[in-house]
Design a protein around this ligand. Structure first.
Ligand code: SF4
Length: 199
């Protein structure tokens, strides 16, 4: 049953706080990672199959959630802006349907949009950093993850320059996160940035 709060799907993007970032050898590793947290290079599979007139969240529950309301909104996973009808209970997004009357999507979604609620409710969501240690995935703290990743990135930059890195966005980040991802690549100093959402 879907119980997670909507804000968790977009909270990772909340880094556009106006801080200035100067990329030079003195840049603090922690500051660098704070900037990049929302724009971390995520790799996903571009899903472009068109799904038509199909309820998207198979929750198994047929009736409405008690006290819920329907909220018309749009999918944030690309610039098309397909219509989503969200069922919200006590401020929590609990079920998703395709907005049949939306003038752009006309009752259709691609796979990304059809599973939009999964970014909030899926049991498979990664909720903390993991590191493979001796072949086994192990939970680590955010501090450890930021220290280790930023150290490796800055070493790479120092040794081979900013173009040694390619920033590959995911088809499953929001339009706003994709914007931050591109911005981060620019701060880093490379044009090696792309996104594999090909509709
Ligand atoms: S990702 Fe798919 S469902 Fe979402 S707005 Fe784009 S085309 Fe529509």
């Amino acid at each position: 049953m879907a119980r997670s709060k909507i804000k968790t799907s977009s909270g990772a993007g909340a880094v556009s706080d106006g801080r200035r970032v100067t990329l030079n050898p003195k840049v603090a590793r922690r500051s660098f990672l704070k900037l990049s947290a929302a724009t971390a290079a995520l790799t996903g599979v571009a899903m472009t199959t068109r799904m038509t007139a199909k309820a998207s969240a198979a929750t198994g529950k047929s009736g409405p959630y008690m006290g819920s309301k329907k909220v018309k909104t749009i999918c944030t996973y690309c610039a098309v802006g397909c219509g989503i009808e969200a069922e919200v209970q006590n401020g929590v997004w609990v079920r998703q349907d395709i907005a049949q009357d939306h003038p752009v999507s006309l009752g259709s979604h691609c796979c990304k949009g059809a599973g939009a609620i999964d970014m909030v409710t899926s049991e498979k969501r990664l909720k903390q950093p993991m590191k493979r240690v001796n072949g086994k995935w192990t939970n680590i703290s955010w501090d450890q993850a930021m220290d280790e990743i930023s150290a490796k990135l800055l070493d790479l930059r120092e040794k081979d320059g900013p173009d040694a890195l390619h920033f590959n966005g995911s088809a499953k980040v929001s339009t706003e996160m994709a914007y931050l991802h591109r911005k981060f690549a620019a701060f880093w100093g490379t044009n090696n940035v792309d996104h594999q959402a090909r509709i």
